[in-house]
Design a protein around this ligand. Sequence first.
Ligand SMILES: CC(C)(COP(=O)(O)OP(=O)(O)OC[C@H]1O[C@@H](n2cnc3c(N)ncnc32)[C@H](O)[C@@H]1OP(=O)(O)O)[C@@H](O)C(=O)NCCC(=O)NCCS
Length: 421
Amino acid sequence: MTDDLAGRGLVVRRVDDALRTETDPWLEAVSRGFLGGERNDVQRDAFFAHTAYRRKIGVFDETAPQPDVPVATFASWAAELTLPGGTVAACAISSVTVAPTHRRRGILRSVMTRELRTAVERGLPVAILTVSESTIYGRFGFAPAALAAQWTIDARRARWVGPEAPGRIDFVTRAQGRDIAAALHERVRTQTPGEIDMPGGHWDRFFGTRADVEKAEELRVVQYRSATGDVDGVALYKVTENEHDFAASTVDVLLLVAATDEAYAGLWRFLLTMDLIATVRAGELSVDEPLWWMIADQRAATVTVRDHHYTRILDVPAALSARTYDVADTVVLDVADPLGIASGVFLLTTDADGTAAVELVDEPPVGVPTVTLGVAALSALLLGGVSPVTLARAGRLVADDAPALARLFASTVPPRLSFWY
Ligand SMILES: CC(C)(COP(=O)(O)OP(=O)(O)OC[C@H]1O[C@@H](n2cnc3c(N)ncnc32)[C@H](O)[C@@H]1OP(=O)(O)O)[C@@H](O)C(=O)NCCC(=O)NCCS
């Protein structure tokens, strides 16, 4: 595919992370692609310092007036994705742009195809991304496997009926909050399908502890400390004052990490009962939040659910055997892949302790229930966030026994990704 691009005078190559003459124009192209302005030196310095771990691809048009500024960008790195009962190495993808001057000529298709194949060669069984538009990546085999709930809560109406946490809430500095959040995220991320290890530089970006973060001074951080002295939770938020009615101001919860139910309750109660705050907003929550059961008036919360974390299986045996299953069963998966990477007929056998064996078979055994599906539908099932019964009803798969498949792929924890990357 990239030969196609070469035939059109376009050069696809990896950007050298050690050279500012390479990373500065690449960053410029990313910013332009995401409708941002020109980058300043502070932003370029921070980008250079924080993103060397990313494999950055640029597509260069040598006939353009600015041949050093790529007309397309693509970044990826090896992340660890949590699955039900396990984790899997995943190719995390970000900074996908094609310049408006070069759009819809197949550049994304060419680079994506090439980079997914590279991920396979690097031994990464899954690719993952968060998206600007829902319509782009399905054709490449991605599916929105973890949804995100955005909450807007009428704080005065909600009324706390959840547990009273015995610990205490205290303000901490942004730098302290960053360190607490990083440690807590490592404790909780492997419990929640859909979460990944935080990409390098992101903690500093969230907490405004790197030079290129604007309006960092608006951020506030509180920690929750249990009665026995353990710091088990942290919340990062921003207050927007309502100048027309000081008592109707807004809190935006930017991040809340709680390693215990007690810390979760303590932090949410704090955020919902602050003086002068009428509205609390929070995003990237799970679709099944305990918070729903902690407020007396559930209509005080308006919840909007969106697609958020996209997964794309590249290696069916490696991806499916990296998670566990709650029932022992055997099923034949007849998988179609539009890019030909993960197609095949696979026999998935799970045993009583939850582990799976997955093998590519020429002839599926007679009598074993079969499911026929595209790689995107299988990728949607990987995190346990959607029932195969739902996908069957939606025409996204055909199963001999969809309810049995639903029991097999179910997850007791709804998938979630608590941030964007
Ligand atoms: C999205 C973007 C990268 C697409 O690049 P592109 O080179 O124009 O895409 P291609 O020409 O390779 O198109 C590949 C396929 O995707 C489709 N497609 C591309 N962009 C799409 C979009 N925004 N919505 C729906 N479909 C899209 C094309 O129609 C084409 O379909 P087909 O091959 O099945 O016929 C580019 O428009 C862009 O940079 N947008 C702004 C930044 C952005 O949103 N990036 C994505 C971040 S997650």
